[in-house]
Design a protein. Structure first.
Length: 431
């Protein structure tokens, strides 16, 4: 807890530095890094009540049939409150932060008038996350080349190799000296630089770089003089006195932190005890509810059994009537079965005759298809012979014209040369 308090104090110190420099530094930085164009801006008070207390009407941890675990929040409202939506928004943030579960909110309105209060946030009002500007990823050279001291300070927190720390510090101090137009402003920025150096564990190197730097102005206002570089007996004594005061203050702070830790521990114990009691109460209520459900279930089972007994007796009587009817029906069915079997035998005889006729028809169809196939084959042979005779006639005509060689004729009709030569020999023999 002491460590947390110390970190909180350090955080406040850094916040103060950044707040002082925000107008000259972060407004332009935000516009550049996030492409966020600002037409005009106005600083507004930023202090919020730290002792915000909210007590819900009913809060339940719920497990749905789909195995989803969530927090069910119920509020009972007697008035049509236009601020109710924003109150529920505060509840949502507090509940979600504490339980880290989805939250479902329900407001039960008890008033008699028509409800006019809003129940849904607009899309632009819904918090869905935030943008990040990482100073560690900013370009060191760009920051060092600035003419704005507040921007130059950020170079210490920017992206550079660890081995170049001393070089960056020297350039940074030189740039600060050039950009600060008065000793007072330079002193202010040097103080801020030392504080910011703690964020990178560079306080010792930063102080050494400042000691090595030569800065001349009124010695009584010199920041380096205040650091103890110009030592004198009076100053040394005053410094020791201040250190003693700081030591006493540190002891006082440590004691306060210890007491605060004890108080917070006691509060935590109380909260754990309350949570345990609440857990026990819920378990007792759950057990009572379970017993009540079992009692109702038993009574319902007894009533169901009685109902079943009556139904069974009624069913037995009905079954007896049905048995007699069934026996009569069976005798009737036996007579019908005999008639059906006779009809089936007749149908089977007719089916066999039909299948025989179909087989004969299929045989005739196959024979007809064979005849058709033979006819098609003969036609194809005839067509092939006709094509061959036409081709021979064409070849003979080309040979008689004697305009093309045998090889050219063979190429035209796409036949072997020997085939052309055989036709030519046959023509000569006929002559």
């Amino acid at each position: 807890m002491a460590k947390a308090k110390k970190e909180a104090k350090s955080g406040n110190l850094y916040d103060r530095i950044f707040k002082e420099n925000a107008e000259y530094l972060f407004i332009p930085l935000i516009q550049r890094e996030l492409q966020f164009k600002i037409k005009e801006f106005e600083a507004i008070p930023d202090r919020f009540t730290r002792t915000l207390e909210r007590e819900t009407d009913f809060l339940y941890r719920v497990l749905t049939e789909s195995e989803e675990c969530l927090i069910l929040h119920l509020e009972f409202q007697t008035k049509d409150d236009p601020e109710m939506l924003f109150r529920m928004e505060e509840y949502h943030a507090l509940i979600h932060r504490k339980y880290k579960l989805p939250v479902k909110h329900i407001v039960v309105y008890l008033g008699a008038k028509e409800v006019k209060m809003r129940s849904k946030l607009e899309e632009k009002e819904i918090f869905s996350g935030f943008e990040i500007i990482s100073l560690h990823q900013l370009d060191t050279s760009t920051l060092l080349s600035s003419q704005v001291p507040e921007v130059i300070l950020l170079a210490l927190l920017s992206n550079y190799e660890k081995e170049r720390t001393e070089v960056v510090l020297r350039y940074l101090l030189k740039a600060l000296k050039q950009a600060s137009n008065t000793p007072d402003r330079l002193e202010k920025y040097l103080q801020q630089l030392i504080i910011l150096s703690r964020l990178r564990n560079l306080e010792e190197k930063t102080i050494k770089a400042i000691e090595d730097m030569v800065i001349e102005y009124d010695v009584e206002q010199d920041y380096l003089y205040k650091m103890g570089i110009e030592k004198g007996a009076a100053r040394e004594q005053e410094r020791m006195k201040q250190e003693m005061l700081l030591l006493e203050e540190a002891k006082s702070i440590l004691e306060e932190e210890r007491q605060q830790a004890e108080r917070e521990k006691a509060i935590a114990e109380q909260e754990r005890a309350v949570a345990e009691k609440e857990k026990e109460r819920i378990a007792v209520e759950k057990a009572i509810a379970e017993q009540e459900r079992e009692r109702i279930a038993k009574e319902k089972a007894i009533a169901e059994q009685e109902k079943e007994r009556i139904a069974v007796e009624k069913a037995i009587a009905e079954q007896e009537r049905e048995r007699i009817a069934v026996e009569k029906a069976i005798a009737e069915q036996e007579r019908e079965r005999t008639a059906v079997e006779k009809a089936i035998a007749e149908q089977e005889k007719e089916r066999i005759a039909e299948e025989k006729a179909i087989a004969e028809q299929e045989k005739e169809r196959i024979n007809e298809e064979k005849v058709i196939a033979e006819q098609k084959k003969e036609i194809a042979e005839q067509e092939k012979e006709q094509i061959k005779q036409k081709q021979i006639a064409t070849i003979q005509s080309l040979i008689r014209l004697n305009l093309l060689s045998e090889e050219q004729i063979a190429e035209i009709v796409q036949e072997p040369l020997s085939y052309i030569q055989a036709i030519k020999a046959a023509m000569q023999k006929d002559k």
